[in-house]
Design a protein around this ligand. Structure first.
Ligand SMILES: Nc1nc2c(c(=O)[nH]1)N[C@H]1C(S)=C(S)[C@@H](COP(=O)(O)OP(=O)(O)OC[C@H]3O[C@@H](n4cnc5c(=O)[nH]c(N)nc54)[C@H](O)[C@@H]3O)O[C@H]1N2
Ligand SMILES: Nc1nc2c(c(=O)[nH]1)N[C@H]1C(S)=C(S)[C@@H](COP(=O)(O)OP(=O)(O)OC[C@H]3O[C@@H](n4cnc5c(=O)[nH]c(N)nc54)[C@H](O)[C@@H]3O)O[C@H]1N2
Ligand SMILES: [Mo]
Length: 675
């Protein structure tokens, strides 16, 4: 519904609690779930289509206007003049997921962006290059592993990501009860690092050096036991120069500790390495994700129990994509202004502002956003904020007038939470056990909102009616619209590997356990794809300046940029603080209770500080998703607890040059005391 952990809940009136009979989450729940009703009945939520000035407009008039304007712009400037940004919650709505492929096909623009390129793109690129499919992303078999090496993830706050695992604390405790070990690699001593057996405080962006050095030790000591051998000699050759000594200088982790880690990983009866947001949104995200898979592979832990495994989801979108020949692609075309590569037909979100504000052929003149807030969630959001002002037309499909959608000529509001039925079409693909659960809608949506599926298809149909979009797509849209998302989901389940159906799922409202992950799901694996070997040159040349670097963070009671209007989540001490080490604070005359100005190449923000040894010297941390203080938003609770936007500091020019993914972590900053 809004979280990758997909916990089962019981709803009574406004109260939400964990479902003890859910075979997967076993009663676990977190504060975000309890806040779902807050969003549903939030007075600031948009409940009817509205214009920029806040005036109401009927659905028919709104869709017709949007269709006409967008079609006119495409006729005048070409199809690519319309940009599309898809935000994170689209993957939590099966209704949106089923509509999006049809919508994007009908729109026919190459100016497509999504939260993928500020998140897991490097992991998808590694899957595409190594396994031949962008969605074949293995997950850690947390319930059976004996050694868990976790890089750049904080599941105790995030509830786990690309690792759907309701009740992750219980599962991590289980690992230790079996005599297993958890090692967390993170520049900050996070909530997860604090419960781990070992925390290795790495310098931001240095994970590739660490992984290369572990591989170096494994090859040097003949510890390699790979079931997949394609590219093994090239991998051996590539890691030769990356010694533990070299890595120690780059990572700040002692060479002996790196050797010991390599030994423990290879001696464990089952081990898994896993890297998440911190191991993706950095300068060497793609190299890191490649090396994570390679480490699992050469130790025999890829695609086997207790290691890095693939799921067998009841609604199998991967085999559907295979059948239609869409395994993904990379770099087939480049972005207009900076020449960054497309991935799966999307361009990096870090290029969106420049594609809007740089004049010339192919410039974006109109924008559609769906369930996104890129002004707060993409690098140098302030530039995007300004760029949006220059658009000829913008339409946003969202629950709120937020920092992004405030620029839209039209906001089209959708249903949310228990107002709609729910199936986790995406997250059972990433689940640590195979499972399935379908939830019926519990309450009717407000009369003026519509479902994601309906709105997306109707907008596409309106565009087609006015002569815009790609030719030959109307019929499919109409058939899908008539079929409806529920029937399409039912078909996916019926044709899936477990031969389920909606009817069967409706009979088991607590969900169905479909068993542990199965080994032997991977065919061919390429251990050393050329694009990664070549990118090692960039790693070799990388150097570090001596100043402070900024990293992000997440908190349990905060969900990206959009749940800060729930009082129960934002109340208490301020969430948006700059964590800084005591030595760095002292050197700048900062003391407890001070406010600081943080400055980067692209901007400056002012925030309260929190002095803590949880971050090492040289590293400061600020959460993302804050900064709700722009004119024309209508978020009363959020504005009163505004904070500042981390992405007014992150740099749109700083990307993982291989994948184009945003490099949010490791931003050079200066911090000074505010008088
Ligand atoms: N409560 C809550 N839950 C959420 C979200 C939320 O906003 N709030 N967001 C959801 C979303 S969209 C996602 S994608 C997931 C993310 O899920 P996670 O990746 O588990 O969560 P993060 O807290 O972002 O963890 C990233 C960690 O990487 C570390 N890090 C930063 N730079 C580096 C580096 O260079 N190397 C290494 N090794 N580590 C580094 C950070 O210190 C941080 O602890 O969480 C999801 N769940
Ligand atoms: N510096 C830094 N920046 C980051 C990150 C980081 O770690 N550091 N993390 C990145 C990550 S992992 C992600 S995923 C992105 C998220 O970035 P985005 O997806 O751009 O932003 P969100 O904050 O998730 O905003 C979601 C919007 O969708 C709306 N919404 C919620 N549910 C629905 C729905 O069901 N239907 C519709 N139509 N709308 C809905 C909400 O009202 C909100 O406006 O942020 C990224 N930005
Ligand atoms: Mo994300």
């Amino acid at each position: 519904m809004l979280c990758e952990a997909v916990c089962g809940v019981i709803v009574e009136g406004d109260s939400v609690r964990g479902d003890p009979d859910d075979p997967f989450s076993e009663g676990h729940i977190c504060p975000k779930a309890a806040a779902i009703p807050d969003v549903m009945r939030d007075p600031d939520r948009i409940r009817e289509p509205q214009r920029k000035d806040g005036s109401k407009v009927s659905w028919d008039a709104a869709l017709d206007e949007a269709g006409a304007k967008l079609a006119a712009i495409q006729r005048k400037y070409g199809r690519n003049s319309i940009g599309l940004y898809l935000g994170n919650p689209s993957v939590h709505s099966y209704s949106a997921m089923l509509a999006i492929p049809l919508f994007t096909r009908a729109l026919g623009t190459r100016s497509r962006f999504s939260a993928t390129s500020v998140d897991q793109l490097p992991a998808m690129l590694a899957a595409l290059e190594m396994f031949g499919h962008q969605l074949l992303m293995p997950v850690p078999d947390v319930d059976r592993t004996r050694f868990f090496l976790m890089l750049g993830a904080n599941p105790l706050a995030s509830n786990g990501s690309l690792m759907t695992a309701g009740g992750i604390s219980r599962r991590l405790k289980g690992l230790r009860d079996r005599g297993g070990k958890l090692v967390v690699v993170d520049p900050r001593r996070t909530e997860t690092a604090a419960i781990a057996d070992q925390h290795l405080a790495i310098r931001p962006g240095a994970d590739a050096f660490l992984l290369l050095a572990i591989l170096h030790v494994l090859f040097e000591e003949n510890r390699v036991k790979a079931r997949f051998t394609e590219g093994l000699p090239a991998l051996r050759e590539a890691v030769r120069e990356f010694t533990p000594q070299l890595a120690a200088g780059k990572t700040g982790i002692a060479a002996d500790a790196i050797r010991a880690l390599a030994h423990e990983f290879s001696d464990a009866p089952a081990a898994v390495a896993y890297g998440r947001v911190g191991a993706c949104t950095q300068e060497f995200g793609a190299l890191t994700q490649w090396l994570v898979i390679a480490l699992n592979a050469v130790t025999g832990n890829l695609d086997r129990e207790g290691g890095f495994m693939l799921t067998t989801p009841a609604a199998d979108v991967v085999s559907l994509a295979n059948r239609t020949g869409d395994r993904g692609h990379f770099g087939v075309w480049k972005s207009r202004v900076r020449g960054l590569p497309e991935f799966g037909s999307e361009l990096p979100a870090a290029t969106m502002a420049e594609e809007i504000d740089t004049p010339g052929d192919g410039q974006i003149r109109a924008l559609i956003t769906f369930a996104g807030n890129p002004v707060l969630s993409t690098p140098n959001g302030a530039r995007l904020d300004r760029a949006l002002e220059g658009l000829e037309y913008m339409v946003s499909i969202d629950l709120y007038r937020n920092e992004t959608t405030r620029h839209a000529d039209l906001i089209l509001p959708t249903s949310f939470g228990f107002e709609r039925d729910h199936y986790d079409a995406v997250f059972y693909l990433l689940s640590v056990r195979n499972a399935a659960r379908y939830a019926k809608a519990l309450v009717p949506p407000p009369p003026g909102v519509r479902g994601d599926f309906e709105v997306l298809l109707d907008l596409a149909l309106a565009l087609k009616r006015h002569g815009g979009g790609r030719k030959g797509t109307s019929l499919t849209l109409r058939i899908a619209r008539l079929t409806g998302e529920k029937r399409l989901l039912d078909l996916l389940l019926r044709f899936g590997p477990h031969k389920l159906s909606l009817r069967k799922l409706e009979k088991s409202p607590h969900g169905i356990d479909l068993g542990p992950l199965q080994p032997g799901r991977l065919g061919k694996v390429l251990l050393a794809p050329d694009i990664f070997l070549r990118d090692l040159n960039r790693l070799r040349r990388s150097s570090r300046n001596g100043g402070l670097v900024l990293i992000g963070r997440r908190a349990l009671r905060s969900n990206n940029s959009w749940m800060h209007n729930s009082l129960r989540l934002v109340k208490g001490p301020p969430g948006c603080t700059l964590m800084i080490h005591p030595d760095d604070a002292a050197a700048r005359g900062l003391s407890a209770g001070s406010r600081a100005r943080v400055r980067s190449r692209v901007g400056a923000v002012e925030v309260p500080i929190a002095i803590t040894t949880d971050v090492g010297p040289g590293v400061v941390s600020l959460p993302h998703g804050w900064g709700h203080v722009r004119d024309g938003t209508a978020l009363s609770v959020a504005s009163a607890n505004a904070g500042a936007s981390l992405n007014d500091l992150t740099d749109e020019q700083s990307v993982d040059a291989l994948s184009g993914n945003a490099a949010f972590n490791g931003v050079p900053v200066e911090v000074e005391r505010l008088a």
